[in-house]
Design a protein around this ligand. Structure first.
Ligand code: PHE
Ligand code: NA
Length: 442
């Protein structure tokens, strides 16, 4: 139970409610969603099982679990750097995740003050642009979000968080259902459902396939060692397959509900599905502005969104802090302050790329990065490169280097299930990731 709660707390976050809808909108809907679901099933779930298994067998922080497993099977100790890739990725992700978490914090106040009620799409859009255009405000909210994250990591309050997840996740689910219910009254629910679920492959680009694959890793918190860290809490008698499946299903369910809540509002108000990262902040406030008790529900929703983002952010900071403690001998407070403030500092670059530096594309000389701001680059580098790379290495390590007997003992799957998982992990996962990678990089 502790594992399921911690893993769900990490998985369900901004990736589901903020990122999934906007990348779905940018990448044309149905075909993208289908590829994403396929990536969850064929790449995400098998890798989650592999990561959880490494964590449970190693019983330490990710880098040390990898080192222990490699030593036990007389493999190169260089495998531990696989978890190193993950620690770097989680540091980079947290820097901009906290900025978006800050947006959510600021909307708690916006909703509570009643500013949203009865407003038009133009006014709601202007409120959002006002926030993005003000680096000072963004900095305050980013700092607050990062401080909240550091507070929990420094004190190791995991037990309290797990208890909170049991209440707040179901509440988030209920509010999303309420929003979907509202969305059904807009008269554009059918259009949204067909946008999300009727695939039109003619509009699917290869870049979209890479984004879908990267997002499968991002949303399930994979490729970074987070699930390894949490797997070390899992008892020997618990089924890794069942718990991984449960966490993945909950994560996917929240993302699809968010999509079903948002797109009817997009179509009903003539907004642009490809509006980008601001999509949920330009749509959901409209719904809260129009429904009865909207200020109350809106406030509650953004509180829950902040909470979901917070539990994910904690899991992003944890691996780096643990590594500093184990490797550099720092105490928890010092390592949290050190890692957290570096992350906070890097977050400022993402803040500026939303306003002052919005025209600055540091790697713009390469065609692939044309027009990408610092924020875009961090997102691209982590979700589309580092996470799939981390996942690929996990699949190769577990599928090709660990002893098969050990895997059978860990998973204790009956019937054809072990063979299916093993085959997928050995062949399908690495090949799928490699193809998408090579295609996009070359
Ligand atoms: N899975 C989280 C989300 O969807 C983000 C995250 C990624 C958290 C990687 C931890 C590690 O919001
Ligand atoms: Na997620």
């Amino acid at each position: 139970m502790a594992f399921v709660l911690a893993a769900t707390g990490s998985a369900v976050g901004l990736g589901n409610i903020w990122k999934f809808p906007y990348i779905t909108g940018e990448n044309g809907g149905g075909a993208f969603v289908l590829v994403y679901l396929l990536c969850i099933a064929v790449v995400g779930i098998p890798i989650m099982m592999a990561e959880v298994m490494i964590g449970r067998r190693g019983g330490r922080s990710p880098i040390n679990s990898m080192r222990i497993l490699a030593e036990r099977d007389r493999l190169s100790s260089r495998w531990k750097w696989l978890a190193g890739v993950g620690v770097l990725a989680s540091f980079l992700i947290l820097s901009f995740y906290s900025v978006i978490g800050g947006w959510a914090v600021s909307y708690v106040g916006t909703a509570a003050s009643g500013q949203l009620s009865g407003q038009s799409a133009e006014v709601i859009g202007a409120i959002f642009s006002g926030l993005l255009g003000d680096p000072g405000k963004l900095l305050i909210w980013h700092s607050l979000f990062m401080a909240l994250t550091m507070l929990v990591v420094a004190r190791g309050l995991r037990g309290g968080l797990e208890r909170a997840v049991t209440i707040l996740m179901p509440a988030l689910f209920v509010l999303l259902l309420l929003l979907v219910g509202y969305a059904m009254t807009t008269g554009h629910f059918g259009q949204a459902a067909s946008f999300l679920f009727r695939p039109d492959f003619s509009s699917l680009t290869t870049e979209a396939v890479l984004v879908a694959l990267g997002h499968a890793f991002f949303t399930l918190s994979l490729g970074m060692g987070v699930m390894m860290a949490y797997g070390s809490y899992l008892n020997k008698n618990v089924s890794i397959a069942k718990t991984s499946l449960l966490v993945s299903l909950m994560d996917t369910g929240v993302a699809l509900l968010a999509g079903l809540a948002i797109f009817p509002i997009v179509f009903a108000n003539g907004l642009e599905p490809g509006a980008g990262p601001g999509l949920i902040f330009q749509t959901l406030p409209l719904a809260f502005g129009q429904m009865p008790l909207g200020s109350l529900f809106g406030t509650l929703f953004f509180v829950l969104l902040v909470f979901a983002a917070w539990t994910s952010a904690i899991s992003l900071l944890e691996p780096l802090v643990e590594w500093l403690e184990e490797q550099k001998g720092m105490n928890r407070l010092v390592s949290t302050l050190g890692a957290g403030s570096l992350c906070w500092l890097l977050g400022i670059a993402s803040i500026l790329s939303l306003n002052e530096w919005s025209g600055f594309a540091p790697l713009g000389m390469f065609a692939a990065f044309e027009g990408k701001t610092v924020f875009d680059l961090l997102d691209y580098l982590t979700a589309n490169i580092l996470l799939p790379l981390g996942g690929l290495l996990v699949a190769v390590f577990v599928g090709w280097f660990m002893a098969r007997q050990a895997l059978e003992n860990e998973l204790s799957l009956r019937g054809p299930w072990f063979g299916l998982w093993y085959g997928v992990l050995r062949y399908v996962t690495p090949v799928a990731v490699a193809i998408v990678f090579i295609y996009n990089l070359v």
